[in-house]
Design a protein around this ligand. Structure first.
Ligand SMILES: CCC/C=C/C(=O)SCCNC(=O)CCNC(=O)[C@H](O)C(C)(C)COP(=O)([O-])OP(=O)([O-])OC[C@H]1O[C@@H](n2cnc3c(N)ncnc32)[C@H](O)[C@@H]1OP(=O)([O-])[O-]
Length: 718
């Protein structure tokens, strides 16, 4: 809806009304068309101001409407009609002007914003382009170079930056509607031709072709396989070379292609999943809307290795006072140098003048006695963690929340050694903890709703996407990673090279294939876990079947050869030296693989990229279904958010569970059955019961699985 009012002094005020962000739904578009007509027809009106209700100008097109048929007046002619009005029209921007919201403002003759407003054309992040004229008007206003940056990244910019770029005519700290009204009164009667952006030429640098070529290379590298960034560059090529009308035709054609692509659906799903996971619920019935969170102002972090340091910085950036504890003097000395520098850097990156939180360093665990929440981040060793939790429960005041940054150990076992097991949860950060967006909040059977709510809210304050997950080995993310890594190793045994496996996964869109990723994280991490699980180490027989299932000793043998990844300069690849970043194929690995296959009587075969993808991804997806079946994640959106924000799953594929739906559940089931038939000693390839049940009921859309699972559980089908 849009409300029309006549202000004293012949200004018409049009207020967009569609809470919470005044998205341009069919009703809002109809409202704008009607009210603009009314202002045009009213001879007493000499100028118009468009604003949004409740402190938000407009969050863009209504994304929820994209799934259905197009109803109501389309955006493009609506904005053209505003631009063509012969009375000055100003956008009064408060809160946000994003996507179609900014495109609407670009159709106005003037733009006035509050200093705290955010502006941007984030359509690319939803698999689209600014298809309401934005791809043609913005470059005409601010030049091709700046428009390329804004449109291909979709980043939100401050009012100050928008003013500098020339998007805004005025920025104010006062009431923006009042300022806009004053502004249009002042300019009423002045010629409007030069304010109609569609009539202007597009300012381009002399080397425009090279600029566009470079932009194309950059977007292809940044998000491999993603269609929208490429289409954005193509639309800007049109803006640079064609008259406006033809540019608009190109924009429309590109938008139609994107709209019909699975990628746009995947990215829009990813947008909503990110919001769905914030509305968490536990099998106990506790949920985000019935569980109170505590507000934390003082916290402690125990253990200042890589993870601990990142967590300290993440907490301090939210303004929380942090006691950072490390009992090893050398590590403490290093951390007390490194952490303030990290904090300064990150504060700078986030444009914060000064880091808000206060950090004190200590080697004494007694110093955590006054905090409200502790995050333990010591070495991933259960006996050490138990020791820390025993100590914490005796040192901390009653009611302190005790959290562990374990990446997969049993939270309940930790809770059991404390006086208040209800106040124990996992907070699984991802390295580097102050940068990575994902936080798994792990609830054990005894974790209280208050503890879960507090950890979830704290994650949100730190700018994380927090996902509540159940307590099982590896939780959600690492539990699914296991079958994925396992398949990658089996593929090497069967004839693939690390490069072939990585290239197939990178072609799919992962920023790094599994072997490059393992080299980066360090191969010894998994080696230690396998030793603890009794799968390898002294006294374990060197066979390819262990604990009753197929096992590949390949990664153990690579570690035994002293190749631990980037940190040793050698792993699945070779690097320029310890800490080197550029992975190069290593003849050693090829000779080693050949010798290994010969020793075990394996004949190498040529493996197609399709098989690599199926084996790795479908095994991972299958585990996702098992996790849903076991109620360790509340819904597919939770798993997908974890994979998109923590594991580099290409966002334009939505997430593993969404991708399964797009491929077709029947197809996934059939291929898993096929691979399990060929590898009956690999239990991870055995299709999950939930997957079978979903196929049996006709493969319903991913958005309905949560409800289906709950019903199946009630009827004991799972
Ligand atoms: C046609 C081609 C041309 C045009 C294309 C476009 O414009 S594409 C669009 C380009 N625009 C964008 O990409 C902007 C997308 N939006 C945002 O980035 C953020 O929502 C925000 C910065 C506007 C506000 O952040 P915040 O942290 O204050 O709040 P929050 O994020 O929690 O959202 C609150 C609620 O509003 C909902 N909702 C939000 N926007 C839309 C929408 N456009 N539509 C529908 N719904 C929307 C959101 O789902 C949530 O609903 P819930 O869960 O309560 O039922």
């Amino acid at each position: 809806m849009a409300m029309y009012s006549r202000l004293p002094g012949s200004v018409a005020l049009i207020t967009l009304q569609n809470p919470p962000v005044n998205a341009l739904s069919a009703a809002v578009r109809q409202g704008i068309v009607d009210t603009v007509q009314r202002a045009l027809k009213d001879p007493k009106v000499t100028s118009v101001v468009i604003c949004g209700q409740n402190g938000k100008f407009c969050g863009g097109a209504d994304i929820r409407e994209f799934a259905g048929p197009m109803l109501g007046p389309p955006l493009v002619p609506m904005i053209h009609a505003i631009e063509a009005v012969d009375k000055p029209v100003a956008a009064a921007i408060e809160g946000v002007a994003l996507g179609g919201g900014l495109e609407l403002a670009l159709g106005c003759h003037y733009r006035i914003a509050h200093s705290k407003a955010l502006l941007g054309l984030p359509e690319v992040t939803l698999g689209l382009l600014p298809g309401a004229g934005g791809s043609q008007r913005l470059p005409r206003l601010i030049g091709l170079t700046a428009a390329l940056d804004l449109i291909t990244t979709g980043r939100h910019i401050s009012a100050a930056e928008a003013l500098k770029l020339g998007i805004l005519d005025q920025v104010t700290d006062n009431n923006v509607v009042d300022q806009a009204v004053e502004f249009v009164r002042r300019v009423a009667g002045q010629p409007l031709d030069s304010r109609r952006l569609s009539t202007l030429p597009c300012p381009c640098p002399p080397d425009v072709d090279s600029l566009l070529d470079k932009a194309m290379v950059k977007v292809r590298q940044r998000s491999r396989g993603a269609l929208a960034p490429v289409a954005c560059v193509q639309a800007l090529m049109a803006a640079a070379s064609l008259p406006y009308t033809q540019g608009m035709e190109k924009e429309r054609d590109l938008l139609t292609t994107l709209f019909n692509s699975g990628q746009a659906r995947a990215l829009q799903y990813a947008f909503f999943s990110q919001r769905v996971v914030g509305k968490w619920s536990l099998p106990s019935g506790a949920s985000w809307d019935n569980s109170a969170a505590r507000t934390i102002s003082k916290a402690a972090v125990i253990g200042l290795g890589t993870m601990g340091r990142g967590i300290v910085v993440a907490l301090a950036l939210t303004g929380i006072s942090v006691v950072a504890v490390e009992t090893q003097e050398k590590q403490l000395a290093e951390a007390s140098q490194a952490v303030p520098a990290m904090l300064q850097r990150e504060a700078g990156r986030r444009s914060l003048a000064t880091p808000p939180g206060v950090i004190s360093f200590s080697s004494n665990l007694q110093d955590v006695s006054e905090v409200e929440l502790v995050i333990e981040a010591v070495f991933e060793d259960m006996s050490l963690k138990l020791q820390v939790f025993r100590h914490l429960t005796s040192v901390c005041r009653p009611g302190t929340l005790l959290c562990s940054n374990t990446s997969g150990l049993d939270i309940d076992q930790l809770a059991a050694v404390t006086q208040s097991p209800g106040l124990v949860v996992g907070m699984h950060f991802f390295a580097p903890a102050h940068v990575m967006k994902l936080l798994e909040v792990v609830y054990g059977p005894r974790s209280s709703p208050e503890a879960v709510a507090t950890a979830m809210q704290l994650g949100k304050r730190m700018g994380k996407v927090s996902v509540a997950v159940g307590n099982c080995p590896g939780f959600v993310g690492n539990r699914m990673l296991k079958p994925y890594l396992e398949q990658a190793n089996f593929l090497l045994e069967e004839g693939a090279t690390p490069q072939q496996v990585d290239e197939a996964l990178e072609e799919f869109g992962f920023p790094m294939g599994v072997f490059r990723m393992s080299d980066l994280s360090g191969l010894d991490v998994g080696w230690r876990i396998r030793k603890e699980a009794g799968l390898t180490g002294p006294g374990v027989e060197s066979t390819r079947t262990r604990q009753g299932r197929r096992y590949s000793p390949l990664p153990d043998q690579v570690c035994e050869a002293g190749r631990l990844g980037q940190k040793t300069g050698r792993g699945w690849y070779q690097y320029d030296g310890p800490g080197g970043r550029v992975a190069r194929s290593d003849p050693w690995v090829h000779i080693f693989l050949e010798a290994y296959r010969a020793e075990h009587g394996l004949v190498a075969r040529s493996i197609a990229p399709e098989e690599i993808l199926e084996r790795c991804l479908y095994a991972l997806i299958n585990e996702g279904f098992n996790i849903l079946q076991d109620a360790m994640a509340a819904g597919p959106e939770d798993i997908d958010a974890i994979y998109v924000f923590g594991y580099g799953w290409p966002r334009h594929h939505g997430g593993p569970m969404f991708h399964a739906g797009q491929v077709g559940l029947g197809r996934i089931l059939e291929r898993l059955q096929h691979h399990h038939h060929n590898h009956p000693d690999v239990p991870h390839l055995k299709p999950s019961t939930l997957l079978r049940r979903l196929v049996a009921v006709g493969s319903p859309p991913v958005q309905t699985w949560r409800e289906f699972i709950n019903k199946e559980r009630v009827h004991s089908q799972l």
